[in-house]
Design a protein. Structure first.
Length: 128
């Protein structure tokens, strides 16, 4: 009877070891659950991005305002009833102007120009 009990106990321990320590045991289940959670979160972010893109595509197909907004933002275009104002950065506005005829090379002029491009701001033209 004692031999049968020891045999059953050793079988239970062997099965428990395999359940908890083997590569296809509980450690693998926990690792897979973490991966599923990460992938689910990424999928939800991508679904939200796809919904936003689909709404933008629909708006661009049906609405004229979205096309105008894209043309202004991406291409810097100005509407027919708008006046274009270009605002120079602070360094250029406060710089001492170079008198005409004294600057023989373009390097002195380019020293006053900032490295970043100017920002264009379209504004509605006043009613005349």
């Amino acid at each position: 009877m004692r031999i049968i009990a020891l045999l059953l106990l050793s079988m239970i321990l062997a099965l428990q070891y395999r359940l908890w320590m083997a590569d296809d045991g509980m450690r693998e289940v926990w690792r897979m659950r973490k991966e599923v959670a990460v992938q689910t979160e990424e999928n939800s972010k991508l679904k939200e991005r796809n919904r936003n893109l689909a709404a933008e595509v629909l708006d661009l197909k049906k609405g004229k305002a979205a096309v105008e907004e894209r043309a202004r933002a991406d291409l810097g275009m100005v509407g027919a009833n708008e006046t274009f104002f270009q605002v120079a950065p602070t360094e250029v506005r406060n710089a001492t102007p170079i008198p005409m005829g004294t600057a023989s090379s373009s390097s002195s002029v380019s020293a006053l120009m900032p490295s970043s491009p100017h920002h264009a701001v379209p504004m509605q033209a006043a009613a005349q």
